[in-house]
Design a binder for this molecule. Sequence first.
Ligand SMILES: [Zn+2]
Length: 270
Amino acid sequence: MCVPGCQEVVHRALSRRRVLGAAAAFAATAGALSPALAAPRPFKKVVDLTHTMSADFPTFDGTPGIEMQKVFDLKKDGYNLYRWSLIEHSGTHLDAPIHFSESGIAVEQIPAEVLAVPLAVIDVADKAAQDPDYQLSRADIAAWERRHGRLPANACVAMNSGWAKRVSDKTKYVGKDAAGVMHFPGFSPDAVAWLLKERKVAGLAVDTLSLDHGASKDFKTHVSWLGAGRWGLENVAGLDNVPAAGAMLMVGLAKVKGATGGPTRLFALV
Ligand SMILES: [Zn+2]
């Protein structure tokens, strides 16, 4: 028997205890996060932040991210079934810490609690329209915090550069120049170093092909962020359809042992 409000309090206490336990395990494994979970909150709609994946979807190295071979056919065999040949890092996808870190954890070791997180969206679309090599800066984060308050613990910080609108035009999305150098926005290593030191953020998300800007040669953002046990999301869709603050992000992906990443289905609860 529980008085009104009691069940919610008990649920929160239990969730928090569960989360702190899982977070401690994650921190021990990854040497990273100790997230405090935001309390469950009501939501009005679910926004899909996922691009449809196909062999045509732009990829970092230009080869198809997925190839599908029909193994069984409904008319002939009684059911339909494909075999996929898949590059882990294609379409809307997650980078696990092990992608850029020898001791980093793989996909199946990431606790569910750090894949259901507050979403903070930083809009740099105007700047990126002027400069395709734009790197989201500490000043952009400071401007977001002036409007919306401190970044919530265990958040995903997403860059909205306007690039998702280019996805149907591979040339514009990848931005390769005559020398073969790609041009699209990303997170600056300096901003990422500040986030690692000053805030407790679970993940980064970009609406481009890479956490690092396209022209990067050293992948400094990948190295420091994933190396610190955090995860990243790339080729995120629909960030125009969610508020800058207040949504929850649900990251769903197949729990494949040893995987360095994988295609995700992303939902924002708004
Ligand atoms: Zn990736």
